[in-house]
Design a binder for this molecule. Structure first.
Ligand SMILES: Nc1nc2c([nH]c(=O)n2[C@H]2C[C@H](O)[C@@H](COP(=O)(O)OP(=O)(O)OP(=O)(O)O)O2)c(=O)[nH]1
Length: 154
């Protein structure tokens, strides 16, 4: 990439939800639908902010669109960045403890309620920091090489 394109590179703002199941603390993970960059990778549900939206509004809209559920409060938690070949993303992570409606995979994706470490793979690399923080909160060791080992070889 030239210095000029580097300067022009804008962040893509993304709202991401960590849905926590009250009964056992499991996390909701979904697979990326066909046709998107990193199709088939596992991620936390969410998507890009649209013009004029707050993070919470974007997350609520995305979860209705993708999963058919309406979230309660989105608790702002962390902000991370990740530089992918397709985009420089700024990820606004929120914890969500309440939602209503039945889960419905509206984009043909898959969902899984997971404990840590996750047993689905591969996982989007931009999500590793959050897996680390969630592990630390639970007093669990985080081993990034466990997740990197299941990344497809370049
Ligand atoms: N949803 C989500 N996106 C993530 C995570 N980790 C991570 O690096 N990302 C990145 C991947 C994408 O570059 C970006 C999300 O964009 P997206 O293409 O999924 O968003 P979208 O649903 O609004 O997509 P679109 O079809 O409207 O273009 O954030 C994650 O855990 N969840």
């Amino acid at each position: 990439m030239t210095a000029e394109t580097q300067v022009q590179r804008k962040h893509t703002e993304v709202a991401v939800g960590v849905l926590l199941r009250e009964s056992d603390g499991a996390l909701l993970i979904t697979s990326r639908p066909a046709g998107k960059p990193y199709a088939g990778y596992w991620e936390f549900p969410g998507g890009k902010l649209e013009e004029g939206e707050t993070v919470e509004q974007a997350l609520r809209r995305e979860l209705i669109e993708e999963l058919g559920v309406t979230i309660g409060t989105a608790h702002a938690w962390k902000v991370t960045e990740h530089d992918y070949p397709h985009a420089l993303v700024r990820l606004h992570w929120c914890k969500v403890m309440q939602w209503s409606g039945e889960f419905e995979m509206r984009e043909g994706q898959q969902m899984a309620w997971q404990k840590l470490p996750l047993d689905v793979a591969p996982v989007l690399p931009g999500s590793y920091p959050v897996l680390q923080w969630l592990s630390e909160e639970r007093g669990l060791l985080f081993d990034q090489s466990y997740y990197e080992a299941s990344q497809p070889k370049a």
